[in-house]
Design a protein around this ligand. Structure first.
Ligand SMILES: [Fe+2]
Length: 387
């Protein structure tokens, strides 16, 4: 350690394991209005039914709000905030991927604090009152949103995080039983998002011994389990390991920061309407290659964590092995073809310099171990297109 003062704070209580969703009622206040927030895709699913059955059975007659759009915007949060106020909702269970969780995190704080949202998002206005009680229940092993103090909301044509202590959910319920029905493709892309969180937190500028240990555990778990869950979604032990990896990686990236991969994926998602996890999955090995020379030692560790045999190798060669292992992982989980599609799409675009400028403008890039200008980001997009 450098000897400087550092901070680590994660106030969310984590309840995890198969069947953990049965314990949600323990954390709710009896007799108070309860809302389940989810998205349209899940609204009629068995997953929502499982959770509402548990809540209803425990004496919480729950209403369901499912009009949460992917990449939720200000309007979605304002609509949810108004609904919470009009129905005198006291407590919220947010169920799903990052979109319903982030929308609920923002709305729960906006109910008790005077608006507008953009003051908190863009002008860093502090929340002065505690948010509504929020229980976050992820159904993917990817975003880590259940343990982060940030809500990413689309505003002014950008995805912008509201990062404050009050945004952390009070409780995270992580239940692999709610993840077994996630299709293979989504399992693969969300799992790669989690890997990207762990790698970027581990090689970034703002590393910390606590986040290092979380990131290392996450990378090892993903290396050992992502192939298994993509091949057999019903493998509950592998699902549980991936769920825990996602949570560990989520805490690590929230506390330590991200880097060039998430910065490059910002414009790719906005301009090409690619899903967040998929964009990160295909960009990860290229971001790693860009950063390699700044962190040989740490990339050599990543190679070992992903199951590589680095015995007798020079550090630089061991670091390079981590790239091969990520490409092999993409291949094994069926995403190599997606990389080829992205390459092709890049080749056909004449505006990669706009992507590069936008990536270099991202706040996240400040934590990258190697500086990256707009020209360097554009060059990286061109390298991907040319490969
Ligand atoms: Fe991510």
């Amino acid at each position: 350690m450098k000897g400087s003062i550092t901070t680590f704070g994660m106030p969310t209580e984590i309840i995890s394991g198969p069947g953990a969703h049965n314990r949600i009622p323990e954390f709710l206040v009896p007799g108070k209005n309860t809302l389940l927030v989810t998205d349209k895709g899940l609204a009629d699913s068995d997953i929502v039914l499982k959770v509402t059955s548990v809540l209803n059975g425990a004496g919480f007659p729950v209403k369901v709000a499912s009009d949460i759009t992917p990449n939720p915007d200000e309007e979605t949060v304002n609509r949810l905030t108004a609904y919470l106020k009009e129905n005198s909702i006291f407590q919220v269970v947010a169920l799903g991927g990052g979109s319903p969780l982030d929308a609920a995190k923002a709305a729960c704080a906006m109910v008790t604090n005077e608006g507008p949202l953009e003051d908190y998002q863009w002008n860093n206005k502090p929340f002065t009152k505690p948010p509504l009680l929020l229980i976050a229940v992820p159904t993917t092993a990817g975003t880590g949103s259940e343990v982060t103090g940030v809500a990413v909301i689309t505003s002014r044509n950008a995805k912008k995080g509201i990062k404050k202590r009050e945004i952390f959910p009070e409780i995270a319920v992580i239940d692999p039983e709610l993840m077994v029905s996630l299709p293979g493709f989504l399992t693969a892309t969300t799992g790669m998002d989690a890997l990207t969180h762990a790698v970027e937190a581990y090689v970034g500028k703002n590393t910390h011994p606590i986040t290092d240990s979380l990131a290392v555990s996450a990378i090892r778990l993903i290396g050992g389990n992502l192939r298994k869950v993509v091949e057999n979604g019903s493998d509950l032990q592998a699902r549980e390991n991936m769920a825990m990896a996602s949570t560990l990686a989520g805490i690590a990236m929230d506390q330590a920061g991200l880097g060039i991969v998430h910065s490059l994926s910002g414009p790719v998602c906005s301009f090409m309407h690619l899903a967040h996890g998929l964009a990160n999955a295909v960009l990860l090995p290229f971001g790693m290659e860009y950063n390699l020379s700044a962190r040989y030692k740490r990339f050599a560790v990543i190679a070992e964590l992903l199951g590589g045999d680095t015995g007798g190798m020079k550090e630089e060669d061991a670091a390079k092995l981590s790239l091969k292992l990520v490409h092999r992982l993409l291949d094994d989980i069926g995403l190599s073809g997606e990389l080829e599609k992205v390459r092709q799409a890049f080749k056909e675009r004449k505006d990669l310099h706009v992507f590069g400028e936008s990536a270099a403008d991202m706040f996240l890039i400040r934590n990258n171990p190697r500086p990256a200008s707009a020209e360097e980001c554009t060059e990286l997009f061109s390298i991907i297109a040319g490969g």
